[in-house]
Design a protein around this ligand. Structure first.
Ligand SMILES: C[S@@+](CC[C@H](N)C(=O)[O-])C[C@H]1O[C@@H](n2cnc3c(N)ncnc32)[C@H](O)[C@@H]1O
Length: 166
């Protein structure tokens, strides 16, 4: 009986961890395809010394690729388990310029950003428009995937990606 209880508890914990891997308040975890990442980073001119932010950085793959291009790359992610995983990947690859913060994207400041990448659902993207318009310096670029800002006109769109310049 005790063993059954123990196993059931273990299964429950396992399911909770498994489900939390996919959860997210402004979008569930759906990673950007690897073949698209290099393309968008190139489009936005991500490279040495540029400050790159990813809002909702998932498993860290986009920040990692930006860091490989020598950008000063930062991911913000609300899932602690994904942040730990991303930090582990960055340290395994010895990418000191890839940083991951656990928290809510709406409570951070992006005034020093050169490039921002966002892959969230419509509502989250819409909520970010006003904040980014207020905070970003002139010339900075924002890329959204699939969903776009309600009012801000993109200067370029390519497949599922939309690019905006402040
Ligand atoms: C669609 S996934 C995209 C993941 C990653 N950007 C990529 O392209 O591979 C959205 C991510 O945003 C995170 N997220 C959603 N709302 C958030 C919020 N308010 N603050 C921080 N992270 C958030 C989710 O946990 C999820 O990992």
């Amino acid at each position: 009986m005790d063993l059954t209880l123990f196993i059931s508890f273990g299964v429950l914990i396992g399911c909770a961890i498994g489900l939390s891997w996919f959860a997210g308040s402004d979008a569930p975890f759906v990673p950007t395809k690897m073949e698209n990442i290099r393309k968008i980073l190139k489009l936005a001119n991500v490279g040495r010394g540029r400050k790159f932010y990813e809002l909702g950085s998932g498993d860290g793959r986009v920040v990692i690729e930006a860091a490989k291009l020598e950008a000063d790359a930062v991911g913000i992610e609300q899932s602690l388990i994904r942040v730990i995983y991303s930090r582990y990947t960055a340290s395994r690859l010895k990418l000191k310029n890839a940083k991951f913060y656990h928290g809510n994207i709406f409570s951070k400041d992006y005034t020093d950003a050169d490039v921002i990448y966002i892959y969230l659902l419509n509502k989250g993207v819409g909520r970010l428009e006003e904040k980014l318009k207020k905070e970003l310096k002139k010339g900075s670029v924002v890329i959204t995937q699939t969903y776009h800002f309600p009012n801000w006109k993109p200067y370029q769109s390519q497949g599922d990606f939309w690019l905006y310049r402040q």
